[in-house]
Write a protein that binds this ligand. Structure first.
Ligand code: MN
Length: 231
């Protein structure tokens, strides 16, 4: 097979403690998965069911590379999230079988053009421009599943060394196995898929020049700066 022009390289994420890379197929994201964050966004956590959206695979930013402030927004928000990396998949996976599909975990940032998201919500319009833009998914190296899956543990994010998000994975409304089960009823999941599992409360705006750090106990850390917009 020959292409009419050179294909872009396969988006891939380093695997911690290894020379190998995890090839990214799709990026799924869960909205509104921590009660305090649902409340800060004006929702009712008891009424919510998982909200799924996606980002393009080439939205990832790896290796602690700095991120340019995106065009088209004046209200860019960070969202620190546990990311599940799948090494297997299928359809209609049960929550009991879901852990067998997991290759590893990472910490990722679900960058959001909050002004565009608010306008989309108000107008009943899609979220793509609010969520799926270039460099909207910085992510750490992937920690391969050893013996334990991180079901509790601190998840935090700081801006210029001031802690803005500080929560525990056990606060998630939908557990990782439940998310995989629910998602697999809508899409056939495959090795290479990433799932951003939602953010705790404490989201807010960042600007060019800010230094962002985030981490999850036993999973990893990420650290980078926001650069001025590309003009
Ligand atoms: Mn999110």
């Amino acid at each position: 097979m020959t292409f009419v022009f050179e294909a872009e390289p396969q988006p891939a994420i380093p695997v911690a403690g290894s020379e190998q890379y995890f090839p990214v197929r799709r990026i799924y994201c869960v909205g509104q998965n921590y009660g305090e964050h649902v409340r800060e966004m004006g929702g009712d956590p008891k009424k919510s069911s998982p909200v799924f959206f996606s980002k393009p695979a080439n939205a990832i930013v790896t290796g602690n590379r700095d991120v340019n402030y995106p065009s088209g927004t004046s209200n860019l928000h960070y969202e620190a999230e546990l990311v599940v990396a799948l090494g297997g998949g299928g359809s209609n996976i049960t929550a009991e079988a879901a852990r067998q599909c997991i290759f590893g975990y990472a910490i990722g940032i679900d960058f959001t053009r909050r002004d565009l998201q608010a306008a989309a919500k108000a107008g009943g319009k899609p979220w793509d421009a609010a969520k799926g833009f270039d460099q909207s998914a910085p992510i750490s190296a992937i920690s391969r599943v050893a013996s334990v899956h991180p079901e509790s543990g601190r998840i935090w994010l700081s801006v210029n060394d001031e802690v803005r998000q500080d929560a525990n994975l056990s606060d998630m409304i939908w557990s990782v196995p439940e998310i995989i089960a629910e998602l697999s009823r809508l899409f056939e999941l495959k090795a290479g898929d990433l799932i951003f599992t939602g953010t705790p409360s404490g989201v807010s705006a960042v600007v060019a020049g800010d230094r962002i750090k985030a981490g999850i106990d036993e999973v990893g850390e990420i650290e980078f700066s926001l650069l001025p917009a590309i003009s």
